[in-house]
Design a protein around this ligand. Structure first.
Ligand code: ASP
Ligand code: MG
Length: 412
């Protein structure tokens, strides 16, 4: 029988009533003849509560115990969902990650799935089980310890199961009814996309759109899993949601597919470092070893053998970056005048595969921002995106102006 993966996020399983509502959707697909793998998140707020408990008891926690605690929210919803389905006369069974098993590496709290042997679940389907309800977000390490996949990781669980069991599709049920051209709370003109290409979704997700975990999109693209994002609060229909799919399956699309933003960016500048071979390697190795996720990088033109190096990183990593640089200065590895941190910036990006074949998108973006009097601090580009760093207070203005100028409220 064909296999379908249905993933329910935290808000879709937040109460027993919502679990019943989700189970009803599962029953519709079972009636159509699918064997269904249901991936559940923890009830909304649960994982945050568990993380809070861990950090209260042990701020520098052992990541293995963090995973033991934080993975548990999903087990509750998996069992409750299986019971709900059984009450509806549907043969269902819950599975924790280690039981499947979902094999991961040992990177506790941000483990990667390495393999999901499908034999055990396939055997149960063959015996008549119609729904396997799997705890999302968790797996088991080679040392046989429970691991978790990083916050939002049950999206990745869902896509990995779809790939491993060759599912026809992976439906991600959430509290929004699809992927939008931008956040509707920022631009009221934001439009729901019928389809979006994997690559665009990947950029949007990593640039701040929160609807899917970035790694789940990466995985969907690699294994060509059609991914549908839809709301569990709307009546089901075949047009519902947004399909994330291969670029070839999209007939018409705008040059720019969406505008993404992220508010928690900081801009850091190392003033007056020696401009010599290896200096960038030294700085960014130090930052990376300190766990700083550097995004944009700009090196100024050198004057008299000294230069400034600027980068952006998440606001909450500024302290770590400062410590890494002052340690490097104390030990004589890097010599600089000062380190300036500006925590009041935000990143705004336009994304679209159409940029590969259309010129002038960058110029237009800069004109639009300049017409609003918004100063650009740093620019980076890739084949299908342009990102700028601007003062945080202008985020809404910038997003709305770009959304309007690129006509994102209309289909092409
Ligand atoms: N419950 C986990 C979290 O809140 C995983 C997930 O929901 O995707 O991050
Ligand atoms: Mg999520």
């Amino acid at each position: 029988m064909p296999v379908l993966v249905m993933k329910f996020g935290g808000t879709s399983v937040a109460t027993l009533d919502r679990i019943r509502r989700a189970a009803k959707r599962v029953s519709v697909e079972v009636a159509k003849g699918y064997d269904v793998i249901v991936i559940v998140s923890a009830m909304s707020g649960k994982t945050n509560e568990l993380v809070g408990w861990v950090t209260e008891i042990s701020p520098m926690y052992d990541a293995r115990e963090y995973d033991a605690v934080v993975s548990s929210g999903e087990n509750i919803t998996a069992g409750l969902m299986a019971l709900t389905l059984q009450e509806m006369e549907i043969p269902a069974r819950s599975w924790q990650g280690w039981q499947v098993p979902v094999l991961t590496n040992s990177a506790h709290s941000s483990a990667r799935i390495e393999e999901i042997p499908s034999v055990n679940i396939a055997a149960k389907f063959a015996e008549g089980m119609r729904v396997a309800v799997v705890s999302g977000f968790q797996g088991v390490s080679p040392e046989k310890r429970i691991t978790t996949l990083g916050r939002g990781g049950s999206d990745t669980t869902a896509v990995a199961f779809a790939a491993a069991l060759k599912a026809e599709r992976c439906d991600i049920y959430t509290d929004v009814d699809g992927v939008y051209t931008t956040d509707p709370r920022v631009s009221p003109k934001a439009r729901k996309l019928e389809k979006i290409a994997y690559e665009e979704m990947l950029e949007l997700a990593s640039l701040g759109a929160k609807v899917l975990q970035t790694r789940s999109v990466e995985l969907a693209m690699r294994f060509n899993v059609p991914l549908r994002v839809l709301s569990s609060f709307e009546e089901p229909n075949d047009q519902a949601g947004t399909l994330v799919c291969a670029e070839e399956d999209i007939m018409e699309s705008n040059v720019v597919a969406g505008v993404a933003f992220s508010r928690d960016e900081a801009k850091m500048t190392l003033v007056s470092v020696a401009d010599r071979p290896g200096i960038a390697a030294t700085i960014f190795t130090g930052l990376s070893e300190a766990g700083v996720n550097v995004d944009m990088i700009v090196q100024n033109i050198a004057e008299e053998g000294r230069t400034d190096m600027t980068w952006s990183c998440p606001t909450d990593q500024v302290t770590r970056a400062e410590k890494a640089m002052s340690d490097a200065k104390d030990s004589g590895v890097i010599n600089y005048h000062e380190l300036i941190a500006d925590k009041d910036v935000a990143k705004v990006s336009v994304v679209g595969i159409g940029m590969r074949s259309h010129t002038g998108v960058a110029a237009k973006m800069f004109r639009v921002l300049s017409a609003e009097g918004i100063n650009i601090r740093v620019i980076t580009t890739s084949e299908i995106k342009i990102s700028v760093l601007i003062d945080r207070k202008y985020v809404e203005l910038a997003v709305q102006a770009l959304h309007d100028s690129f006509d994102l409220d209309k289909t092409s």
